[in-house]
Design a protein around this ligand. Sequence first.
Ligand SMILES: [Zn+2]
Length: 130
Amino acid sequence: MALTPQQLQELRKRILDRRRQLAIELRGDAERSREEPYGTLAGATHDSGDESVADLLADLDQAELSRDLAELRDLEVARMRMEGGTYGICTDCGTQIGYERLRVNLGAVRCVACQTRYEKTHAGPGTRAL
Ligand SMILES: [Zn+2]
């Protein structure tokens, strides 16, 4: 069942809101990393235990940053697909992705069945071992 114009409108609004929010978060992250460069965090004490905590924090920051960036990229793709009229169409099988799925996963490009199959066959760089 195709999305109604109202549903598309709602999803477009959500995408734009989320993009704006992510951009603000990413800008904040960039400013924080300037204010607290890794060196000062690690250099604050000379205990090697603290250094590994600083390492850990830096890694976590990176992980969060790349998650945000990946989401922003997904939303950008979603926005372009919306402009092109292909938003909400599964890229693998061409069926309509349900509105409910899109609402919770704005950047979804596959229907649930294809996504499940994709995740089984592709353990991409986004997959974490944790
Ligand atoms: Zn599909």
